[in-house]
Design a protein around this ligand. Structure first.
Ligand code: SF4
Ligand code: SF4
Length: 163
């Protein structure tokens, strides 16, 4: 099922990139996949409407829930980061005045959190893949996703007339 949902998320992103005027080749490069599969996405042949609907439900969840789910769909974390950035207008932020220096976020599996002094940390936004682990770990909510609250995509399930 995770592979299907990953396909559903990719197809949402592909359709929206198309609406933004991107070429099929450009979309395939962006999504790191074969152009023939992108063609299926763009013509509503794959994945199924049911998968699209479930995928849309996931991306409409509160971001604290949806982003870790999307991040978990593939081991290719640069790809999942691109998908997340295509769907949401978000950044990860750190509030130093809330931090108690427990160090739990330093266990970031991608080495994106560093010590700055006795209690402070800094986040390397290039290295961060938006997995949300540090947000889960922080006991005082000093790290969060910050968002405008707006989705950067349009829903697509209604575009398809397929079972
Ligand atoms: S969200 Fe947090 S734990 Fe995940 S990669 Fe970014 S800094 Fe590391
Ligand atoms: S997990 Fe939270 S409180 Fe602990 S060091 Fe990181 S930001 Fe600070």
């Amino acid at each position: 099922m995770p592979e299907h949902i990953l396909s559903g998320i990719k197809s949402i992103v592909a359709l929206n990139l198309r609406k933004d005027g991107k070429l099929q080749r450009e979309i395939a490069d962006y999504l790191e996949m074969d152009r023939s599969i992108v063609s299926h996405y763009l013509h509503g042949r794959y994945p199924s409407r049911k998968v699209i609907e479930v995928s849309e439900k996931i991306v409409k969840l509160p971001m604290e829930l949806s982003i870790p789910i999307i991040s978990s769909l593939s081991d290719n974390k640069q790809l999942t980061k691109k998908l997340i950035n295509s769907l949401y207008d978000i950044a990860i932020i750190y509030k130093s005045n809330a931090c108690i220096g427990c160090g739990k976020c330093l266990e970031c599996p991608y080495g994106a959190v560093n010590n700055t002094d006795n209690i402070g940390i800094s986040i390397d936004h290039q290295a961060c893949v938006l997995c949300g682990d540090c947000i889960d770990e922080c006991p005082v909510s000093a790290i969060r996703f910050k968002s405008t609250g707006k989705l950067k995509f349009e829903l697509i399930s209604q575009d398809f007339d397929q079972p």
